[in-house]
Design a protein around this ligand. Structure first.
Ligand SMILES: NC(=O)c1ccc[n+]([C@@H]2O[C@H](COP(=O)([O-])OP(=O)(O)OC[C@H]3O[C@@H](n4cnc5c(N)ncnc54)[C@H](O)[C@@H]3O)[C@@H](O)[C@H]2O)c1
Length: 438
């Protein structure tokens, strides 16, 4: 393919050189004449392992050349990769100025050339930037319609500086946010011979995936460093601890606990986080990440209360009360906390949890419910239907099959899904359904 790469910084330069070495015909563009001259002289404008040899080779064979003229580059290619910088503004917001300018230039060149161009954004940008900001610019300058007259895709970059050439040829994954299948096909063809799983997703999801990755990487490093500092203060070798920690591929380094759902609770997590943070503070070790896990959890729980408030309804049903399925343990259950916040705000509440009803019947946990939660005990309903008949809005916090089977579609009480119901994907488009964080 004939490919133009706009922006010859770390991302653009590595993409341009690697694509050229895969047999594509590549023109790199930068507003910085020094970078253009370096590439044309067979030299790398950035310091990266292997990039010097690669650029020297692809420039010698004619597979890569550079210019400062966006118009010339776009007109001489059918795919344009946008790799310009998206730095932070002083207030932390994303600077899209370079993206906007270069998109205007691309639009003008596409209008002049005619034919279907596919514009692929590799720069990191917040969800919505492509469809709400850049596509309108392209449509204005080309006079055409995105997905019809020209293609648009978002293809975020996951390579690490320092080893980016190696990572390019062995990527952790390829993410293609496609406006239409034809746009996605062009990007997929560009990386045809590369290993790794390819994910084709809607454009805003591709934009968000890059942020999920980088936020998680930062969070992991911060977590490990805070834990290291606490261990050090307690006289424990943090590397010994983390060696064992990372060896656990079932619960630690795994997909466990990584799907948005309801707040956590139970008899261990809150207690152990509290005592760890307390120990850190006693040792004068600052642990802002660890110290904010419980407040974050509490804010997440509050989102459910806010959703109920937003409906303006007063008669509320709650399915689920114990802290997780298959147990009647109510200690530190986030659903008990939710019920108490709603009760405290004067909502007319009915609650059903088959495990809790059963334990009341057989006497187990009875004392706990009747002495510690007498106000909630009187709200417990023995059947699912009793709650559905009472409620104008229902919170679902359990996967109990009897509850799932009885939940209405589109009519009856409004549903607030706390746990991502198994049919949430279809329910999301139904009126009367609200997901807690999806
Ligand atoms: N550096 C990384 O490791 C990395 C990794 C993944 C994603 N990203 C993202 O990729 C994007 C680019 O990052 P980078 O580190 O390569 O940035 P960079 O600042 O090194 O390079 C950007 C280049 O774009 C050029 N440019 C700006 N406006 C232009 C225009 N109108 N026409 C042509 N060229 C223009 C600049 O002169 C500069 O050389 C950013 O959104 C960044 O967040 C970077």
């Amino acid at each position: 393919m004939r490919v133009s790469v706009l922006g010859l910084g770390y991302v653009g330069c590595v993409s341009a050189a690697c694509l050229a070495s895969m047999g594509h015909e590549v023109i790199g563009v930068d507003v910085n004449q020094v970078k253009v001259d370096l590439v044309n002289g067979g030299k790398a404008p950035v310091v990266e392992e292997r990039i010097g040899e690669l650029i020297a080779e692809v420039v010698r064979t004619g597979a890569l050349r550079a210019t400062d003229d966006v118009r010339e580059a776009v007109m001489g290619s059918e795919v344009t990769l946008v790799c310009v910088g998206t730095p932070s503004e002083p207030n932390g917001s994303l600077c899209t100025t370079y993206l906007e300018r270069v998109t205007e230039q691309i639009g003008a060149a596409v209008a002049e050339r005619g034919g279907r161009q596919t514009v692929v954004f590799r720069s990191t940008m917040l969800p919505g930037t492509c469809l709400n900001l850049l596509v309108p610019i392209l449509e204005k300058y080309t006079g055409g319609t995105a997905g019809v007259d020209f293609g648009v895709a978002v293809n975020p970059e996951f390579l690490r500086e320092g080893t980016s050439v190696r990572d390019f040829f062995d990527p952790p994954k390829t993410v293609i946010g496609e406006l239409d299948p034809a746009s996605g096909d062009v990007v997929a063809a560009l990386y045809d011979d590369l290993p790794g799983e390819v994910f084709r997703v809607p454009v805003p999801a591709a934009e968000a995936i890059k942020y999920a990755d980088n936020a998680f990487h930062g969070l992991k490093i911060g977590f490990a460093n805070e834990l290291g500092a606490v261990c050090q203060a307690l006289g424990v070798d943090s590397h010994q601890v983390m060696d064992v920690f990372v060896a656990d591929r079932k619960l630690n380094i795994s997909p466990a606990y990584l799907r948005p759902g309801f707040a956590f609770g139970g008899s261990c997590l809150p207690k152990d986080l509290r005592s760890l943070v307390h120990a850190a503070h006693r040792a004068d070790v600052s642990v802002p990440i660890l110290a904010h896990v419980l407040p974050s959890n509490s804010d997440h729980l509050q989102r459910a209360v806010d959703l109920v408030e937003r409906t303006g309804k007063r008669r509320v049903g709650l399915f689920g009360l114990s802290f997780k399925p298959g147990t009647d343990d109510l200690r530190e259950s986030p659903l008990v906390e939710l019920a108490e916040r709603l009760f405290g705000k004067g909502y007319d509440l009915r609650i059903h949890d088959s495990n809790v009803s059963l334990s009341r019947l057989i006497g187990a946990n009875r004392e706990y419910i009747e002495t510690r939660l007498p106000h909630l005990a009187q709200l417990l309903a023995d059947s699912v239907d009793e709650v559905l008949e009472h409620a104008e809005v229902c919170l679902v916090g359990t996967r109990d099959p009897a509850v799932l089977a009885a939940l209405p579609h589109g009519e009856g009480p409004l549903l607030i899904d706390l746990i991502r119901l198994p049919d949430a994907e279809t329910r999301r488009t139904e009126t009367g359904y609200m997901g807690l964080a999806w």
